[in-house]
Design a protein around this ligand. Structure first.
Ligand code: UD1
Ligand code: UDP
Length: 383
């Protein structure tokens, strides 16, 4: 029996972990035992606890409760806590997801204790090192032993950085192996879409008709922490609502709602919060989010995960960023990069509204069985 220790901390990692935990429970419980460590990077119930219950993820065995803080303080507290847990648990593998500070902390702690680091969602690059996530993902990839990339773009980025898919075992941090395996978020979207239809009442709650509303999320620090950029995005959203006469639902990350409530008296922020067509909500549970994504006319977001889910559910996407790690979405013309530019946002809305009939969504994110593939390779590499 192999013991794996999974580090989660931020909302998308908790959701991603559901796919691997489910694969272990269903197919690999005889060979893999999972220990879960929650760093506590996200801690509000609607950013963390709710996902455990609704997605059937086991309660964490360790919770570091680090909470919010500067990058240095938050990451340092996580490294110390993860190190303690690794010394105590002595796992065969350390599993890390994505590119958050929890990912970075796990990579540093695991690599220095010589525990093989497995990076899921490896190889993604924005080529913008001003993003904290770019630093986190590059560091994690280069401290990893097994690297699972969701897309060919990610796989090729790794090859360009010197990684290889044909290294001979045994694999180590100095002899790592890369895989192209598809996206575990796609596994989740396929699995939970039917369950969401049965259990979610979000459309009724907000009086939304299928195909007749827009869904938006905003949380990137360079959008929320820059008043000019955030104002321009909000103006773009108001213009879309007024031009289309469609409601826009915005489940806001606490980082973004914190800015809104902290700046009452700002004309644009006030106009947004009081607008009859705009529904601002707290973060919603995943099943509700899937229902919103599946039924929206269009999605606008700066989230990595939401961009991809837009694609999974064949929805056009306005990407509120200058660049994206998921460049296939833009290449397929299913998404348009608008940065935080009010005029680009409204132009993208018009362009995607007319284009959407012709857009195709080839299966570039795998076959929905990435988690099983990963589990099989974890076992193969230890036998
Ligand atoms: C983090 C990740 C980002 C990811 C996002 C997913 C880093 C550097 N960033 O960004 O890559 O896309 O998670 O959502 O790791 N807050 C709360 N309650 C919570 C959590 C956060 O109020 O439960 C507020 C706090 O004011 C906090 C702020 O949100 O300071 C930012 O949280 P933090 O985890 O530092 O970064 P995110 O913006 O969430
Ligand atoms: N999500 C959710 N409720 C929300 C907003 C997002 O369940 O109110 C889910 C979304 O469906 C996706 C994940 O959270 O699976 C994306 O996380 P987020 O946008 O916080 O981070 P990113 O993917 O940008 O790192």
């Amino acid at each position: 029996m192999l013991k794996i220790l999974t580090v989660i901390g931020a909302r998308p990692q908790i959701i991603k972990a559901a796919a691997l935990s489910r694969a272990i429970r269903t197919h690999f419980h005889d060979s893999l035992r999972e220990i879960i460590l929650h760093t506590g990077q996200h801690y509000d119930n609607n950013m963390s606890g709710v996902f455990f219950h609704e997605l059937g993820i086991p309660e964490p065995d360790h919770n570091l409760n680090v909470g919010s803080g500067t990058h240095g303080k938050q990451t340092a507290a996580m490294i110390a806590g993860i190190e303690d847990a690794l010394i105590h648990e002595k796992p065969d593998y350390l599993i890390l997801y994505g590119d958050t500070n929890s990912t970075l902390a796990g990579a540093v702690a695991g690599a220095k204790l010589h525990i093989p680091v497995v990076h899921i969602e490896a190889g993604l690059r924005s080529f913008n090192k001003y993003m904290p996530e770019e630093i986190n993902r590059i560091t994690c990839d280069h401290a990893s032993t097994l690297l699972f990339s969701p897309t060919m773009t990610g796989f090729n980025n790794l090859k360009r950085e010197g990684f290889r898919a044909d290294t001979a075992p045994p694999h180590t941090i100095d002899n790592p192996k890369i895989y192209h395996c598809g996206d575990i978020m796609y596994d989740n979207s396929l699995y939970f879409a039917g369950i969401a239809r049965e259990r979610s009442g979000i459309l009724e709650k907000y009086e939304l008709e299928p195909g007749k509303f827009i869904l938006g999320t905003i949380h990137r620090d360079n959008n929320t922490d820059n008043p000019q950029r955030l104002t321009s995005i909000f103006r773009g959203i108001i213009r879309i609502a007024e031009e289309s006469r469609l409601p826009v639902i915005l489940p806001l990350h606490p980082r973004t709602s914190g800015v809104l409530t902290g700046h009452t008296g700002n004309d644009t922020y006030d106009a947004l919060t009081k607008h009859a067509l705009i529904r601002i909500t707290e973060p919603v549970p995943f099943l509700d989010m899937i229902m919103l994504e599946k039924n929206a006319k269009m999605i606008m977001t700066d989230s990595g995960g939401v961009q991809k889910e837009a694609y999974f559910f064949r929805k056009p996407c306005i990407i509120l960023r200058r660049e994206t790690e998921w460049k296939e979405i833009v290449e397929q013309e299913a998404g348009i990069l608008t940065d935080a530019d009010e005029n680009k946002i409204i132009h993208a809305f018009r362009e995607l509204s007319t284009r959407s009939e012709e857009t195709t969504f080839p299966p570039i994110f795998g076959d929905g069985r990435a988690a099983e593939f990963i589990c099989t390779e974890l076992i193969r590499n230890k036998t």
